[in-house]
Design a binder for this molecule. Structure first.
Ligand code: ADE
Length: 237
């Protein structure tokens, strides 16, 4: 039997045929994190809301290569006017988006705190192999990306996160995974490190100082991921 042609010689059209991923949903928490991708993929703000009246959730969309991309965010908190970060908003917007858009594939992209003891540095971008919540106090093994509703870290959280080998911690990943799993939608988690959780700088300060430059690195990494999945089927990944 002849060996298969190298990937570079395989016709893209075949990969882009039946079963290829066509609808990608990118779930993000903060507008600042999302803008490099909105620009890179030339997405436009959706005029017509697919979400229930009263929801603050925002959506950008457009076509990129063979893909239709929807990028959704929870939007601004109506009382405080800040981005609605955290697990509750992430789960809700993911749920509503899956129902309305029926994506083939979900990318949860965002920033994360990194543990230098596990090798993380500022601007590293991680593709998480597994995710878990760290503040639910349910004794199950945690994955590499650990999710909770706080930017800072209590001693209890620290013990839970570290004893389970997590390298990065965020505020949305496990919530998105929970909903994606519920509706059998494959999801991946791309997280760029803005702050070193086990370093000596105050987390909030380090996060804010690095946010802009790190989201550029995040944009580059997510673009690589999207280019990689373009024309492929889930089974190719
Ligand atoms: N996002 C960016 N830095 C974070 C941290 N230290 N904890 C949770 N989410 C984050």
């Amino acid at each position: 039997m002849a060996p298969p042609p190298p990937p570079s010689e395989q016709p893209e059209a075949a990969a882009a045929g039946a079963g290829a991923i066509t609808k990608v949903l990118i779930v993000m928490a903060m507008e600042k994190e999302a803008m490099p991708l909105v620009n890179e993929f030339k997405l436009v703000r959706a005029e017509e809301s697919i979400f229930p009246k009263g929801a603050t959730w925002t959506r950008f969309h457009g076509n990129y290569k063979d893909l239709h991309i929807d990028l959704v965010m929870p939007g601004k908190d109506v009382v405080f006017g800040v981005d609605s970060v955290g697990t509750v908003s992430a789960a809700l917007v993911t749920y509503a988006s899956i129902q309305a858009l029926k994506p083939d594939f979900i990318i949860n992209a965002g920033t994360a705190g990194g543990f230098k003891a596990r090798g993380a540095s500022i601007k590293d971008v991680f593709l998480a192999s597994d995710v878990a919540f760290h503040d639910r106090r349910i004794p199950i093994p945690l994955g590499k990306l650990s999710t909770g509703d706080s930017l800072d870290m209590s001693p209890e959280d620290e013990a839970a996160i570290l004893s389970n080998d997590a390298t990065i911690k965020d505020m949305e990943g496990a919530a998105v995974a929970y909903v994606a799993d519920m509706f059998s939608t494959p999801a991946i988690f791309v997280k760029a490190v803005t702050d070193i959780v086990d370093g000596d700088k105050p987390t909030a300060e380090e996060f804010l100082n690095n946010l802009i430059s790190v989201t550029e690195a995040l944009g580059v990494a997510v673009t690589k991921v999207v280019d990689f999945i373009n024309g492929k089927c889930i089974s190719d990944l």
